[in-house]
Design a protein around this ligand. Sequence first.
Ligand SMILES: NC(=O)c1ccc[n+]([C@@H]2O[C@H](COP(=O)([O-])OP(=O)(O)OC[C@H]3O[C@@H](n4cnc5c(N)ncnc54)[C@H](OP(=O)(O)O)[C@@H]3O)[C@@H](O)[C@H]2O)c1
Length: 259
Amino acid sequence: MNLELKGKAVIVTGGSKGIGRAIALGMLAEGADVLACARGAEALAALAAGAPKSGGRLETVAADLTDAGAIELVAARCAQAFGRVDILVNNAGSARTGEFLELDDQAWLDDWRLKFFGYVRMARSAIPLMERGGGGVIVNIIGAAALNPRRTYMVGGAANAALNHFTKALADEGARRGVRVVGVNPGPIMTERLLKMRAGLLGANPGASDAFSRMTPLGRAGTPEEVADLTMFLASPRAAFIHGANITIDGGYTQGLMG
Ligand SMILES: NC(=O)c1ccc[n+]([C@@H]2O[C@H](COP(=O)([O-])OP(=O)(O)OC[C@H]3O[C@@H](n4cnc5c(N)ncnc54)[C@H](OP(=O)(O)O)[C@@H]3O)[C@@H](O)[C@H]2O)c1
């Protein structure tokens, strides 16, 4: 299938590692031009070193997306480098686990600043630039925790639930502006973030060594490339009628009727 992504200008937040890195590399291989941002310059340089030689152009920006000003600069940099913004993949995010009574306001606010407001602010910056070019697509990488409330992952789970709502409401707004909006809810995906969580689990409980193989009915965690493939399809013109949908990719982890 030709995804018709060649020549598209794409912003991938958190594009230096894990799911974001796989999306950035996948988009480049499809011939799209990619602006990848993250805080650490070293991982961004490693991304550039591993980029396909015959693909689209790659620009990298070191930026902390908890900072509203940095978000404006990232969007502007894409328009400056490629002359347009066609696709925004909101991906940079993380939230802590913890006991409810031990997580104070600051902990909630700190994590929501990236995982919720980072997505909202990035969309608000990108939409006018997309409109200028005749439209665009926003893909929010959210998380299946939205659909599976757990007492020790409330900060992230609640942010994910809010982002599922945001995706649908933003689709309503985007329809008036030629901007298609979709969400992706990954379950456990084998990235640095998941490995760190696994290390935490192992520290507390040596019997948890196969915790991730038991985490999904398919008996494994997903790969970043599997999420990237879904994201590229959703961002492509081949998915032109998918709008306001939050799509789960979790190896069967979510057992409710939704997702
Ligand atoms: N892996 C999973 O199992 C899983 C499951 C559900 C949902 N998700 C969601 O999928 C997304 C990607 O997760 P991942 O597992 O690929 O994470 P990851 O491997 O930890 O990569 C996160 C990326 O975001 C960047 N980043 C982190 N904080 C940032 C900040 N303040 N400003 C700018 N960039 C920042 C990181 O680079 P720097 O650290 O250098 O900034 C890195 O490039 C996240 O939103 C996560 O919540 C993941």
